[in-house]
Design a protein around this ligand. Structure first.
Ligand code: NOJ
Length: 535
């Protein structure tokens, strides 16, 4: 404990780093037009350094029509003018590095924007053309080709829309997400070549890592057969061909000491771990931890499974509580259903924010004490809740593709509050932010929290500063009453989290390093509270 820059300069920094996810559009608006941008991020680098994070993951900042928040990329080598320029991105990467903060970019290999030159060329070239071979174009089924080529499910959970769109020339094309995101054909050598060139392009610009979007979806069964639940192999998810792709990517990354983090949503722990073999991806997001309910037994099982599945492949675990796709942590923990499932999202779910916040504070200390890397989503350190966005302001395609049943993901993407007394809570200056900030948003402002030792921000700053310095070395569980999690790390620091409904005695210790809330009169740890102790 007590070495704030523990892994920043070591070679395998990613084994224990705290990585902060920047959703550029909503982080800070430097030019006052209502949209966050790179100038805004650059102006807030001192804040990020003070928070103590080791790396920033930027959600896609490339040229994009923003039909899916930038996950519809029209040019992987250009910054969207709404965010800035390539020269500015280069400056940002080097300014951050001077502060000891590395940069991770987000590559979207499964699909491109329908405005990407490849797709535009494919549209123009017509059926049967080599340009169409870069995508999945097919004639339809039915007497006149009026039915989609297969029945695959949308990868937007809750979508009632098909994953095929028919063109006036009769061909259909595949898009696992929106029609503006046509899927690439990864069996085509030009697709592989292009992406390896894109990786090199960004590594050459000094990025330390790459987040891989929808990493388990790229390869498809070339026959595009119908989807049959449980049939192995799955025609569209987690196909064996993917491992060859990532082995090849790994050789590119190794030339630059670059690191990968895969977005791999897979229920099967063994299949998940295959992506983390020593010659494939370095890390992947731990969605089972993110989805886990606030329950001691379930959390302990999730932690144990995570550590057990990573150990044989030698990869460090990651710990994630939320991101730009899921319900914000304080809101999720304040509901009856405290686990996350896309299928459960609904308008008007009752939420106890005080309860959720108490639990989120405890969860912060839990995840920051576990062995491995921790991902922190912008605003999590401010304890921001999920916002209710009125339907006339919703932009997320998940809402529209569910026929209005799913509230979508805009509620976790609201522009950040920086300065309580400033217009738009200091997010920008002239124009209203692209998503409305709810009433009371300024109460969460970073400047207020920086001055309040009891704030969520103060807790995160203190925890990151104190965080164990021993990387991903294992933990040892300690005996604890029902509903209480207690473990000790190799340097003698114990983490105790009380999820029981009665206060818990602390195990023997010499020092209370940090707690997520006050102890009770008898020095016990109250419900939904966590503490770090020196044993
Ligand atoms: C996962 C991203 O996190 C999400 O925001 C996006 O909609 C899909 N992949 C499609 O790219």
């Amino acid at each position: 404990m007590g070495q704030p820059t523990h892994a920043r300069n070591s070679q395998e920094w990613w084994r224990s780093a705290v990585i902060y996810q920047v959703y550029v559009r909503s982080f800070a608006d430097g030019d006052g037009d209502g949209t966050g941008d790179l100038a805004g991020v650059r102006s807030r680098l001192p804040y990020l350094a003070e928070l103590g994070v080791h790396a920033l993951w930027f959600t896609p900042w490339y040229l994009s029509p923003l039909k899916d928040g930038g996950y519809d990329v029209a040019d992987y080598r250009a910054i969207d003018p709404a965010f800035g320029t390539l020269a500015e991105a280069e400056k940002l990467i080097s300014e951050a590095r001077e502060l000891g903060i590395r940069t991770i970019v987000d590559i979207v290999p499964n699909h491109v924007s329908d405005q990407h030159p490849w797709f535009q060329a494919a549209l123009a070239a017509g059926p049967g053309s080599p340009e169409r071979e870069l995508f999945h174009f097919r004639p339809g089924r039915g007497e006149n080709g009026e039915l989609p080529p297969n029945d695959w499910p949308s990868q937007f959970v809750g979508s009632t829309e098909p994953v095929w769109t028919r063109l006036p020339d009769g061909d259909w094309y595949l898009h696992l997400f929106t029609p503006e995101q046509p899927d690439l054909n990864w069996a085509h050598p030009a697709v592989r070549q292009e992406h390896e060139d894109i990786l090199r392009f960004w590594f050459e610009r000094g990025v330390a890592g790459v987040r891989i979007d929808s990493a388990a979806l790229l390869a498809k069964d070339p026959d595009l057969p119908d989807f049959v639940e449980g049939r192995d192999p799955n025609p569209l998810v987690d196909r064996d061909e993917l491992h060859d792709i990532y082995r090849s990517w790994r050789t590119v990354a190794d030339d630059y000491d670059g690191v990968f983090v895969g977005e791999v949503w897979l229920p099967d722990a063994e299949r998940f771990a295959r992506y983390l073999r020593p010659d494939e991806l370095h890390t992947a997001f731990n969605f089972s931890f993110l989805s886990c309910p606030w329950d001691a037994g379930r959390l302990r099982a999730s932690i144990d499974t995570t550590l057990a599945e990573h150990a044989p492949v030698g990869a460090p675990a990651t710990w994630v509580l939320c991101n730009h796709d899921v319900t914000r942590t304080v809101t999720r923990y304040g509901r009856t259903e405290t686990g996350f499932d896309f299928a459960d999202k609904a308008f008007g779910t009752p939420t106890d924010l005080a309860l959720g916040t108490r639990r989120a504070r405890a969860a912060a200390l839990l995840s920051l004490a576990l062995p491995g890397a921790v991902y922190l989503y912008q605003g999590e350190e401010l304890g921001l809740p999920e916002a209710d966005i009125s339907v006339d302001r919703i932009q997320d395609p998940m809402y529209f593709r569910s026929g209005g049943a799913d509230p979508g993901r805009d509620g976790c993407r609201v522009p950040l509050p920086w300065v309580a007394g400033a217009p738009f809570a200091g997010f920008g200056s002239r124009e209203e932010p692209w998503l409305p900030q709810p009433a009371g948003w300024a109460d969460y402002a970073a400047d207020l929290q920086a001055a309040d030792p009891k704030s969520m921000l103060a807790l995160y700053r203190a925890a990151i500063r104190l965080r164990p310095a021993f990387g991903d070395a294992p933990l040892t569980w300690l005996p604890a009453p029902q509903g209480v999690l207690a473990f000790i790390r190799a340097d003698g620091v114990t983490c105790v989290v009380n999820l029981a409904d009665t206060p818990a005695d602390l195990p023997p210790h010499t020092q209370l390093l940090l707690s997520s809330g006050p102890l009770d009169d008898q020095g016990r740890l109250p419900q939904d509270t966590a503490a770090w102790l020196r044993a």
